[in-house]
Design a protein around this ligand. Structure first.
Ligand code: 13P
Ligand code: SF4
Length: 326
């Protein structure tokens, strides 16, 4: 493999030249030169998923981040994921191609307000979904993802009062699954709240043979009609193992790429959203990362995730408690 371009020229090249630039090849070369690895979430654009060293859901990626022994981790995902990687493996340089790649769920839980909410329930154990900032993790007792949330809740004694934050939809789903009465923070994901119950019902009537599957961040009336509810990796396993050949999928549309790759003969239909004029089933934050930004961040080693040591220490404990469970 040989680079076709002088790396230093790229930042200022024209869009025509950019079209001819082989970002995948250049990223591969930079990865070797700098001893870097790319961790990517299933919601990233297809080209990014294809060049990732590790592709997975948020739990898998947190576990891989902890084990990485390369010098640089490029996190092709959103800010809270890159932050988690830095917290579990602080000696590594963690890069995020676009620092604006946030998360509506994380944004729905400001630390000052959450600290006040927590103070109203001094006896409660705080369980937080990993989709939150390091400051919120530092205020938590244990973290979970949608892959292990049931196990995490079940690990807490039954009589113990629990606060669950920030996702109220996942929280409601967990209350049903675990039969625990938790105090919920009022946060939500804009992508998973965009799905239209009525349109899903109409689509299911058009495809009576299809199974409807959903991520637990979706609203409860949507979850109530799902044949299967699971995290991104749970959904992927389900479509592989289930004999059905058509699925209506209510989660971020990026997952369809990996579903189609794993099950080429099956048919995947993105669940319809309320507003036909928007690409609401795509997470705009996730899609801020592009091959060009990934290339530039590896080349310039910026933007980097920098966190205060004390904050990292406080946020690490609840993540480690989760990783010890599953
Ligand atoms: P997973 O934990 O299923 O990967 O979900 C992450 C996420 O951001 C869902 O919106
Ligand atoms: Fe956050 Fe929702 Fe995007 Fe997931 S899909 S990263 S929860 S905004």
């Amino acid at each position: 493999m040989k680079s076709v371009l002088n790396h230093s020229k790229v930042a200022g090249i024209s869009s025509k030249e950019k079209n001819e630039f082989d970002f995948a090849l250049e990223i591969e070369l930079l990865k070797k030169e700098k001893n870097a690895v790319i961790l990517a979430h299933y919601y990233q654009e297809e080209a990014i998923q294809s060049i990732a060293d590790y592709l997975g859901d948020s739990l898998y990626l947190a576990k891989q981040a902890e084990k990485v022994d390369a010098d640089i981790i490029v996190f092709a995902g959103v800010h809270f994921m890159a932050e988690t990687a830095k917290i579990v493996n602080p000696s590594k340089k963690v890069l995020l191609p676009d620092l604006n790649a946030g998360c509506s769920l994380a944004d729905s839980c400001p630390p000052i307000d959450f600290a006040a909410f927590k103070a109203q329930h001094p006896e409660a154990i705080v369980v937080t979904y990993i989709n939150c900032s390091a400051e919120i993790k530092a205020l938590s007792d244990i973290v979970c993802t949608s892959s292990n949330a049931v196990e995490v809740i079940n690990s807490i004694p039954r009589e113990q009062e629990i606060i669950f934050a920030p996702d109220k939809n996942l929280g409601r789903y967990l209350i049903k699954e675990t039969k625990r009465n938790m105090i919920l923070w009022d946060g939500a994901c804009i992508v998973h709240e965009a799905f239209s119950f009525d349109k899903i019902v109409a689509l299911a009537k058009e495809h009576p043979q299809a199974k409807f599957i959903a991520h637990p961040e979706s609203e409860s009336q949507v979850l109530d009609i799902a044949h299967y509810i699971g995290s991104t990796s749970g959904l992927l396993n389900f479509v592989q193992e289930d004999p059905c050949d058509t699925f209506i999928v209510a989660t971020e549309a990026g997952i369809l790429h990996e579903m189609q790759k794993r099950c080429p003969s099956k048919h995947f239909i993105p669940a319809p959203v309320e507003d036909d004029t928007c690409a609401c089933s795509e997470c705009a934050f996730m899609k801020l990362n592009t091959m060009e930004k990934l290339y530039l961040c590896l080349k310039n080693e910026t933007p980097e995730i920098i966190l205060n040591e004390t904050l990292m220490e406080k946020a690490r404990l609840p993540i480690e408690r989760m990783l010890a469970i599953k």
